[in-house]
Structure formats: structure tokens, C-alpha cells
Design a protein around this ligand. Structure first.
Ligand code: FMN
Length: 321
């Protein structure tokens, strides 16, 4: 869970409790990621994973992008923030790849796209288990054809960004259990499954459909070890916030968060990732500094009411079917 919630302490605690904790590398430099890997290794000897963004080149429609940025100016001015510059970047892909080849975590997962067959093969040769995030049967088929050793199947209830490879496509809305069955019938590699999995019963349901593991994000957002910011934490337990929705308003890529005013007012955002991520970053930081949950992004899956403020060890134990 990039952007704050995932910390080395959270990954280590989950792994120590018998899960496979993942470090979020997204939005960090390769050096920062390497330093966090060292922190995990200093605290825990259990296996851990690292999650990398694979950001495909993308050119947003300039007219729609400009119009959308103009529509954010009043909100930015109200919060005393300058909007950022729209730009593409690859999230330090090559640097991070080199680090994971050197350090060899037990697993490396990818989201937003699929690595080349060569990259997947190289990681396999280094004894690293690859897990490619897929949101449809078509993506699952393609990931396995390229050589993915396992899949992270993400269903429509998942918190945060949808991993859908095609930025212009509306994410597949097939219900999670149907999606798992369809993917398991199609591919021969092990499949981990997430999206709205917040209880032991949910874990049992995905295992019954043929998954080998459950992937859980939202249930850890309030964990003692999570780096979730105070505005995000407060919103998750605020009775005024009752539902989640999919939005492109913050980053130009579909993501699920707790529904707030900003999402309602900006339902016309175009595709443009990471361009819009960079545009809204100062606005979002100002909203957090001002304690404004109606503007801050509040990534969460549909099961956010199950998130609890307890140690990650207890959350992990509570998920065992
Ligand atoms: C706050 C937040 C941040 C996330 N960041 C990432 C990320 O950096 N990389 C990634 O592959 N998935 C990310 N996800 C999605 C999770 O990997 C996973 O698909 C999702 O949490 C599963 O659904 P759940 O949130 O209902 O448990 C994020 C989810 C949340 C809630």
C-alpha cells in the first residue's frame, strides 16, 4: 500500500505473524526502497515481498487534461496550495529492478502492467517468485504467457488503484468470486486473490474457489504499524463516511476510496497517470495538513468498516480461516 500505509514495520509484522508482508515501493526512489528493505531485514528473518509499479508510457488528451487542471484551481487556492506539473515518469523502474535482483526478496509483485518475458525470466533465475496483478481473465492469460510465476488477482471491491493495465479501459467489474473461478480455470500458476477480503470467512471463500492465498490491504489500514495518515485514519471510523466509490479524480487512474466531496465534484477527470498524480499531490498534501477529509484521498476497499486499530499480528491471526 504505497503512499504511506505500508511501512517496513507493517511488512515485518505481517511476515512474522505467518503472512507474507509486502513493502510498497511505489512513489519512492530505488535508494529509499533499498533502505526500507534493509529495515525489514533488520527486524525480521521471515520471507517478505516487494511491490513495484510498472507504469506504461501514456499521453493524456491535452484538451481534457488542461480543462481538468483548470477545474482544480479554485480548490487549490482555497487550501493555499499550488498544483503540480503534469508529467509522466516510470517510478524509477530500472533502479528498483536492479535492487530486487541484488537483494532477492522472496517475492516481487507488479501492478499497473506486466513485465516483459525477459524480466520475469531473470527474476525467476534469481529465485524470486513473481506475482503479476491482474484484474481480468485476459490479463491473467497474458501474464502467464509472458512467464509470470503467480498472479495477484484484484477484484472490483479492492481499495486503492485498480491494477488494470489499459489506462483507457473502465476496470472489469466481475464479482471477485466469479473472477477467481474464471482465472483459476484458465491458468495453471498459483493465484493470490484480493479485493474486499477483510475476514476469515472471506479468506475461506477465495480459497474454496481455488486461490492459494488471500491478498489483503484495507483490513490493515488502521493497524498500529501502518503509516496511514491521521485524516485517512479518522475518516475510516467516522460515521459520516459510509461508502466507497471508484474515482479518477486524484491520479488519472481508477482507484477506490471512501466517497467524499472531491470525488463527487470531480467525476469528469480524464485518464492520465501519473500526470494527474503529480498535479494533485500538493493539493492532497495541503488537505491532509488542514485535516480536510472531504478533499484528501482516502483509499479503501468496500470492507473498510472491518478495519481495526490493533497490532498487525492480531489482524493477521484474525484472517486465518
Ligand atoms: C491505501 C491502499 C494503497 C494501495 N497501494 C497499492 C500499491 O502500492 N501497489 C499495489 O499493487 N496495490 C496497492 N493497493 C491495492 C492492494 O494491493 C490490493 O489489491 C487491495 O488492497 C485488496 O483489496 P482490499 O483493499 O479490499 O483488501 C492499495 C490498496 C490500498 C487500500
Amino acid at each position: 500500500m504505497a503512499g504511506g500505509p505500508s511501512t517496513p514495520a507493517l511488512a515485518a509484522a505481517v511476515s512474522d505473524a505467518g503472512g507474507l508482508g509486502f513493502l510498497a515501493a511505489g512513489y519512492k526512489s530505488a535508494d529509499r526502497m533499498a533502505a526500507e528493505i534493509e529495515e525489514v531485514r533488520a527486524t525480521s528473518s521471515a520471507p517478505y515481498g516487494v511491490n513495484l509499479f510498472l507504469v506504461e508510457p501514456y499521453e493524456p488528451d491535452p484538451t481534457r487534461l488542461d480543462a481538468y487542471i483548470r477545474s482544480l484551481e479554485a480548490e487549490a487556492a482555497r487550501l493555499g496550495a499550488d498544483l503540480g506539473e503534469p508529467r509522466w515518469d516510470d517510478d524509477d523502474w530500472q533502479g528498483k529492478l536492479q535492487v530486487v535482483l541484488d537483494v532477492r526478496p522472496a517475492a516481487v509483485s507488479f501492478t499497473f502492467g506486466c513485465p516483459s518475458a525477459e524480466v520475469l525470466r531473470t527474476l525467476a533465475k534469481h529465485d524470486v517468485l513473481t506475482a503479476v496483478t491482474v484484474t481480468s481473465v485476459a490479463e491473467a492469460r497474458e501474464a502467464v504467457a509472458r512467464g509470470a510465476a503467480s498472479l495477484a488477482v484484484q477484484g472490483p471491491d479492492a481499495g486503492g488503484h485498480r491494477g488494470t493495465w489499459d489506462l483507457d479501459a473502465h476496470p472489469d467489474q466481475t464479482p471477485l468470486l466469479d473472477l477467481v473461478s474464471a482465472v483459476v480455470a484458465e491458468v495453471a500458476v498459483p493465484v493470490a486473490v484480493g479485493g474486499g477480503v477483510t475476514t476469515a470467512r472471506d479468506v475461506a471463500s477465495v480459497l474454496e474457489r481455488g486461490a492459494v492465498a488471500a491478498q489483503v490491504g484495507t483490513a490493515y489500514l488502521l493497524a498500529d504499524e501502518a503509516g496511514t495518515n491521521p485524516v485517512h485514519r479518522a475518516a475510516l471510523t467516522d460515521p459520516d463516511f459510509t461508502t466507497t466509490a471508484l474515482t479518477r479524480a486524484y491520479t488519472g487512474r481508477w482507484a477506490r476510496g471512501v466517497a467524499n466531496r472531491f470525488m463527487a465534484e470531480h467525476d469528469d477527470a480524464p485518464a492520465g497517470y501519473p500526470h494527474l498524480h503529480h498535479v494533485t499531490a500538493p493539493l492532497r498534501a495541503a488537505a491532509v495538513a488542514a485535516g480536510d477529509a472531504q478533499v484528501a484521498h482516502l483509499w479503501a476497499g468496500t470492507g473498510f468498516a472491518d478495519a481495526r486499530s490493533i497490532p498487525a499480528k492480531e489482524i493477521t491471526a484474525s484472517l486465518a480461516p
